[in-house]
Design a protein around this ligand. Structure first.
Ligand code: SF4
Ligand code: SF4
Length: 301
């Protein structure tokens, strides 16, 4: 089984649309959308939702007031200053300890030290993950709740589910739409995978993103190739990317020209390789053919 991840740094390079085409061209695969903050692959792949599962992103401590004797021990153990003390009036009955859910890190230390077992340690639902059917194969995707910070953990859940699905159904390829940036979710998306395809375009900012992503894949020792999207809109910059790739000994697997058919395909609710035969469609097919050979090479090694 091979895991292929497609990443691009910031958005706007046409990565998701390209993955739609790769989904249409490849056989026997599971698709994964690892952009858990703003998943959109399901929209272009006309998904049919099959299964929804809650994502438990962590734990939070909650003091049960009826059991708490106000002994004052727990705040001494909280490194996050999340346990608050309130005094209402002079008499002892007017005080209480409570935990600020936004400050609680879910470390569980207070739970272990409360002599009255008055602190509950509750699961926190941070989002949902889904399995959908699409005309191109099963898709694993997710939605992280607003202001939740467990995207790397959720990405790992998605990749595990995708591997299980691939095993169950005897599928050889896992095609991953990587999240933006170069932070924790991207690292969770690429570590241990077989190949990373960086989609860039001829602009300074996209080239900068490409360089940073390449540093990451080199660091993790993952074979990497580059696809230059809209390669004809700035030939000078495309040459710079090519020179850079040559110096780094990274293959340029695809040069895809700007093509209005890409937008037309999106508006028609299909992929460009199904919508057209020439232009971008032809280049994407050529790239997929090279990519398939490279994947075979890395699967056998
Ligand atoms: S340690 Fe337990 S009993 Fe003491 S203040 Fe904290 S929650 Fe209440
Ligand atoms: S679980 Fe950890 S962070 Fe949360 S209140 Fe208890 S000690 Fe503080």
């Amino acid at each position: 089984m091979t895991e292929l991840v497609v990443v691009s740094g910031k958005g706007g390079t046409g990565k998701t649309s390209l993955i739609g085409s790769l989904a249409a061209l490849s056989q026997d695969k599971v698709l994964v959308d690892c952009d858990v903050d703003a998943a959109d692959l399901h929209l272009i792949l006309q998904n049919n939702l099959q299964k929804t599962t809650e994502f438990i992103g962590g734990k939070r401590a909650v003091i049960i007031e009826e059991k708490c004797t106000n002994c004052g021990i727990c705040p001494e153990y909280c490194r996050f200053d999340a346990i608050k003390h309130e005094v209402h009036g002079e008499n002892a009955g007017g005080e209480r300890y409570w935990i600020d859910e936004h400050a609680c890190d879910g470390c569980g230390v207070c739970v272990r030290h409360c002599p009255e077992e008055a602190i509950d340690f509750r699961d926190v639902t941070s989002g949902e993950w889904y399995i959908s059917d699409t005309p191109y194969g099963p898709l694993v995707h997710a939605r992280l709740g607003i202001a939740q910070a467990n995207s790397g953990k959720l990405v790992s859940v998605l990749r595990r589910q995708a591997r299980e699905l691939a095993d169950q159904r005897g599928l050889d390829l896992i095609l991953i739409d990587g999240p933006p940036g170069i932070g924790c979710p991207v690292i969770a998306s690429i570590t241990g995978t077989g190949y990373v395809l960086i989609v860039t375009e001829p602009s300074m900012s996209a080239m900068y993103d490409m360089e940073r992503l390449l540093q990451l894949t080199v660091h993790f020792g993952i074979p990497t190739g580059i696809c230059i999207n809209k390669s004809d809109i700035n030939p000078a910059m495309t040459s710079r990317i090519e020179e850079f790739a040559k110096k780094q000994k990274v293959s340029i697997l695809g040069r895809i020209p700007f093509d209005p058919a890409v937008t037309k395909a999106q508006m028609a609710g299909t992929t460009v390789v199904e919508h057209a035969t020439n232009g971008a469609s032809k280049s994407i097919r050529l790239m997929w053919s090279k990519l398939s050979d490279v994947l075979k090479e890395h699967t056998h090694n």
